[in-house]
Ligand binder design. Structure first.
Ligand code: SER
Length: 352
């Protein structure tokens, strides 16, 4: 890892070089995103994570920093070295972990986001161009009042049932509003106001399933955990009831969605925040498929009442019509293709 205080090599003739900044780069989404951005070429990637990235990820970045996104001096050192034109702000404490330390989750999820939004606004003012701010939000922003209403509601729209019951969900919902504020109303009354400093775009992700990495600290984790355990021939005690149903998508589709939303012309976007989804099997249906694809699977159900409450508060499906219309969201993997073309071959290879 390079020291953040030695940035001279990145300044050409006193000018900072342009870069895309990824926070929380060591997480599951960061893992896929760094690879995809690197493969698309042409842009320098600067990464931040609380832990050191692995060597393979590091090699795809121009620079990587170990540190806290709430550390203002770290962000300032970074800005002295790079001209940030686009930010993928992935750092967050997820819904399960956040419930053990809610105030820490707030610190990271909200104050960290405000630091990044402010940094983006300052960057835009300094280089005179709007900074793109791509923000993964979550189905955790929803709060279905009861399992019965969840069943009746079906696919919910972006503005329905936004009454989250977790700190993470509250934080994501509020940060969606902050992004809209920084995009359209920042410093509303200031005499020297520069309009349009930020171009904030957000995707509300369902549970994500990667063949290459395992999640940690989330509550949709039972999906990917079950699959990886099944492929590895390990016993898995699923912490939700078999009838539990929430939406999911594969990691490659999630990464494609982020890149697609980032690229589309701004005038095509009718809103700042978009639902996306691909498939929504119940946990029981998931287990049946996992057993069919991985004969060594040993899955049992041992619902944890508290985590169950969280998943029950998330909708069984989301309406992603706006994403399909405005920027052509079209996931490659429905449930069958996800298993046949992506999960089974890739996860099997991993545990062979
Ligand atoms: N995967 C997240 C979680 O479980 C939801 O976005 O917390």
């Amino acid at each position: 890892m390079k020291s953040p205080s030695t940035g001279s090599q990145h300044q050409r003739g006193g000018r900072r070089s342009a870069a895309v900044l990824i926070t929380g780069a060591g997480g599951e989404v960061g893992h896929g995103l760094i690879g995809a951005l690197h493969a698309s070429g042409g842009r320098q990637i600067v990464a931040i994570d609380i832990r050191e990235l692995d060597a393979k990820q590091r090699a795809m970045c121009q620079d990587s920093f170990v540190g806290d996104i709430c550390d203002r001096s770290l962000l300032e050192r970074l800005l002295a070295m790079y001209e940030i034109t686009e930010i993928y702000h992935l750092a967050a404490l997820l819904s399960t972990r956040g419930e053990f330390t809610p105030e820490t989750a707030h610190e990271v999820n909200v104050n960290g986001t405000v630091s990044l939004l402010r940094l983006a606004a300052e960057q835009a003012r300094s280089h005179g161009q709007r900074v793109k701010f791509i923000f993964p939000s979550s189905i955790a922003v929803y709060g279905m009042p009861s399992v019965e209403i969840k069943g009746e509601a079906g696919a919910v729209g972006e503005d329905e049932f936004c009454r989250p019951i977790t700190m993470y969900g509250c934080n994501k919902l509020y940060c969606e509003h902050l992004g809209r504020y920084y995009s359209h109303h920042y410093r509303l009354l200031a005499q020297d106001r520069v309009p349009d400093v930020l171009d904030f775009r957000s995707i509300r992700f369902p549970g994500l399933i990667s063949a290459d990495t395992l999640p940690s600290g989330g509550t949709s984790d039972y999906g990917p955990e079950m699959l990886h355990a099944a492929a590895a021939g390990k016993e898995y005690a699923c912490f939700v009831r078999p009838d539990t149903r929430i939406p999911f998508m594969t990691m490659p589709d999630a990464i494609d969605a982020l890149l697609k939303l980032a690229e589309v012309e701004r005038k095509r976007l009718g809103q700042c925040v978009y639902n996306v989804t691909s498939f929504n099997p119940s946990a029981g249906e998931f287990a049946t498929l996992a057993k069919k694809c991985f004969p060594r699977a040993k899955i049992r159900f041992e619902p944890d009442e508290q985590r169950q409450q969280i998943v029950d508060s998330w909708p069984e499906n989301v309406d992603d019509g706006a994403a399909r219309r405005d920027w052509g969201f079209a996931p490659r993997h429905d449930l069958q293709r996800a298993f046949e073309e992506y999960l089974v071959p890739r996860i099997s290879a991993r545990y062979r």
